[in-house]
Design a protein around this ligand. Sequence first.
Ligand code: HEM
Length: 241
Amino acid sequence: MSTIASSNPPSTIPAYLTTTSIGKKVLMAVSGVIAFGFVCGHMLGNLQVFIGQDQMNHYAETLQNLGPMLWVIRLFLAAAFITHIWLGILLKLQNNAARPVGYKNETTQKASLASRTMIWTGLIILTFVAYHLLHYTARLTNPEYASLLDGQGRFDVYSMVIHGFSDWIISAVYIVGVGLLAYHLSHGVASMFQSLGLNSPAWQVRLNRIAWFFTILLFVGYASIPTAVLTGCLTLPGGGY
Ligand code: HEM
């Protein structure tokens, strides 16, 4: 008579989430939803640059005035990003170990290019975000930005963005970065629904369309800013760069 080998299932929710493959996928999806929420909110915030200098600087000042609360939000978002990246790498390594030969034949035909390259697009986006933080948040790449003030003595985020994107190489880096982000999300959003159990064969086509809708919206929204600066549609208050 044969016996079925049983490994002890994790007894607590945190242990379940961090040790089982399904738990890790659920955690990836939840952290992905948080990161996605930030990306949508950040785009809406940035699009205020089209309203003008006063609106953009007022928005940036309002965020800065959140004081310690801003740091609570930043730490929460950083935790979500780190969880997402860490589990993404872990799941990729586990998949490779379980299938050392890699995908072949029919499986490869079914999996989209976006889904097979998630780890690589993810790591490039991470590099892009690191550069972006050094560029516009820490301003280490361009320390001269720190002295930009508007007529009301506020930090002039509006002019910083225009100066930044007046360099076509920097604009190109941003457009490629947000393009890869959108591509990553084209699979990520659909897969997020699946990991959270919100997918079904009947809904799959609709959910894929929703994912592509957000992908295009985010790409157009983000890429419109460097494009508008390069084409002269967005200029400094006095005109030009
Ligand atoms: C055209 C595209 C983008 C523009 C114009 C832009 C603009 C900015 C600016 C001006 C800041 C600094 C705000 C300040 O210090 O007052 C900032 C911060 C930040 N951006 Fe972006 N951003 C873009 C794309 C992105 C993308 C695609 C991501 C993430 C995937 C991102 C993530 C962040 C993060 C994490 C911060 C730091 C927020 C904080 O300091 O609390 N940005 N961005």
